[in-house]
Every structure is written in C-alpha cells, then in structure tokens.
Design a protein around this ligand. Sequence first.
Ligand SMILES: [Zn+2]
Length: 498
Amino acid sequence: MTFSQTTPERMLCPCPKQIKWHGGCLKLSGQADLIIPNDISVDAIELFESAWRNFTQSKIKLNVAGRRDLPQNSFLLAVGGKIPATVKLARDSASVLTVSDAGAAACARSETDLKYAWFSMLQMLACGNTPKAEFWYLPLMSMQDFPILKFRGIHLCVFPETSLEFVEKIIKLAAFLKFSHVVIEFWGMLRYETLPELAWPQAYDKRQVRQLLHVARQMGIQPVPMFNHWGHASGCREICGRHVLLDQNPALEPLFEPDGWTWCLSNPSTLALLKNVRVELMELFGKTDYFHLGCDEARSHATCPECRKHDSPRLLADFLNSVNDDLKSRNVRPFIWGDALLEAGKWEGYIATSRQDQRTHEALDMLSRDFIINDWQYYVIDKAKTATADWFTQKGFAVLTAPWFDSVKYGDGNIKTLADIAIAQNALGMLLTTWNTLPTTIGGMATAAGAMWGGSESLKYYGGITVLAAYLRKLRGGSADLKNAGWRKCEVDDSSLL
Ligand SMILES: [Zn+2]
C-alpha cells in the first residue's frame, strides 16, 4: 500500500491488498443515491442503510434504487447528480472498489465480499471539520481486495458475566474487521430443552440468542455453534470449581467420569444427551458449515469402572466418528482442539496433553479426515515452529491454527506467528481464541484480522486500538452508560492498582 495525501491509512483494517490513491477527495453533502442490482438481498440493503446512517450521523440521506442492468453483487454510490461507471473484478480478486468524482462503485465475487467493500468505504469515510458536520469525504482511490486465508475465525465465550450487549458488540466488530466466522461457546448460559440443568437459571433463552445470530449473518459473519463433547463437561472454568449440571442436580453424576470434568463416553445416556444438544444448537444456529466439539484437556477420560474396560483411544475415536457421522448427514464438518491428539513429552515447546495412561494421541489415525483440527499453540512465537501443524496436515487433516492474545507474556507475537504459519502451510485458516481475556486484550482482534487477511507484514499500517473504538462507536452508536461504552465495564480495574 502506498501512502495517501488525503486519507489516514491507519483507519483501514484489515489493510487492502492493492490500493491506489488518486489524490483529492469526493465531497458528500445532503444526499447520495445507492444504486444496486435487483437481486441483492433485503438483509444486505438493510445493512448498507443502517451502517450508512451510523457512519454519517444520518446527515447524508441515502436513496436506494434498484437497476436491472447492474452486475450481480455490485453497487454504485452516485453523488452530486453524477453516476459513476461500473467497475470490473480483477482475476483472483474478491472485491473491487473505486471512488471517483462521480461517487463510489464496487463489484464483488459474493454478497459477503460486497459487504466487505461497503465496510472498506465506510472505514475511509471522514467527517469534515465544519461546526455542524454537514460534509463528509471519501478519498479518490481504487482497490482490489481478497483475503489470503479462507477461514478467519474468532472464538467467543459467553460466561455468566458476559452481557448480550457485549456479545453483539464483538460480533459487529469482528464482522467489520472481516472475520468470516464466529464460534460461540455458551458456558452454562444457554437454555436447552433436552435438559434444564445444562444452563444456570440466569442463562439466556433461544429467542435472545437468535437475535444475535441474525445480527451476525446480516453483517456477513457466519456463526458456528460449539458444545464441549469431551473435556470441560462442567460448563464452567475449572479454577472456579463450579459444575453447571452437578451443582444443580447431583443425580446426573453417571453422565460423567468420576471428577465430573469429562463426559463418560461409555454411557449411552451421555451420547443421547450430546446428540440432543447438537440437534438443538443446529436448529438454533440455522445453516452452518461447521460445529465445534471442543475436546481439549480431557484429563479424566475413561477413568470410570465401565470406561476402563475399553481401549482408551478406540473409545474416543469410535465416539468422535459416530458424532461425525451424525454431523455429516447434515453437511456439517466438525472442529476439534488438537492437544489431546498430541503425545505429551514428545512435542517440546508445543501444547500436547495425551498422557501415557490414556494414549488418546493413538486415536488420531482412527479418526475420519472430516475432522478439522484446531491446533491451539499459545507458546509458539517463531514462524519456523510448524511441527504440530505439519503433523496434522501430513496425517491428512485440514488445520486451523489457534492463537490467544496473552499480551502480558507474548504481546501479539503468537497471533501474528500463527497467522503466518497458517498462510505458509496453506491451511484452511485460523481461529483466534479469546477465553476470559477479551475485554482487556481486544486489540488482538485487529491484529488477527489484519494478519489473517494479508499476513503479519500488512499490519504496519494499522492504527491501533483507538481505531477499533471508533469503529465500535459508529457500528453500534455511543452510550451514555459508562458500563456499556467501549468494551470494559469499568475505567480502572481495582486489581490493577495493587
Ligand atoms: Zn466412563
């Protein structure tokens, strides 16, 4: 990217692949005409209108009109009585966007890519510094854009402390940063019909969640359901000692291994319950390409008297393959974390949790290659450390690398490195994990978005966390309520003063 005379490149995230600045600006005032092909979806039109209102403070009226002769997945934004020429998509490009003195024009490979072009335009839209903000500017430019990684995901946890307002903010922000998928994991915070004890009394209901999923789809980000099918069966963080099912109903104990942490895979009632959960989640989430089964850190796998009669890796592989058969019948592919499929002690510098007494890594060769391994490696900050991703790839599995933004220890090196590894390996993509630290390390979202789109090199133009804050205010509107403004509940955390 070259530098512009008129536009702060730092407002663009992720950085576009090819961009040319033509010098000067298009000035907007009063109104603009959005001309779109007749077959564009109502959802897309609503998104364009609502985002435009938010980004122009409703001061530039947007008149929308259909035109039959426009190419599919395109738009023209006509300004000042002129109509810009249509534009053509370059080979290997996903979207093209130009701004001339007649307005803006875009064309894209898909409706989602057209939404991305709209987002890029909004990111460049700047308010004139007149007292009433009645003028807005777009730089004269042209860009061709496409992401390197196909799957650009973020894993989002809904804890008892997580408000739906916060979840909605993050979904909107992720979509605006052109993440392709959001994996949503409810920690005892979604009510199921199959078993009430899967949720705390204060959990959200499906109607509330359905609204969030609609927001996600309209913004162009695909929601992916997640439910832990093996370890983490308590639905709670282990450091808090709670168990969403057993604290509410101890009689459910046979569903689990003796410590309650892992589902008992030899109990048919467990398998039936997990199937019902999948059915409910897939009904709630609607059409989805993937389902995340979790499957990390199952330390107590096969420790009950009945499971001990089985071959440990075979018990795991048979279970997972039967779940895959169920998902496959619905054209859904499963994600699983990769740590328990790596033998502890054999992978220095990597996370590997299969112990000698469990040998769950031996299940790897027995698994269907439909599984997509999420290789979470939070200590890898060297691009040459590709051994685990190589291993899974050589075994015939599609791989997502999975970093976490532990900013205290590693800065954002883990995110950049795992994005670059995914790109170098030609992997399906990357899944950014956020766990309990999202409000304090939100800047990692921009790092991940940029690195997944164009590699870590492209991040040198990114303007930092204030850019994210500006996006969020405009996407969602500001808030006079301190707790709902930005992404933190408080301005200063008590613990940070100690
Ligand atoms: Zn068992």
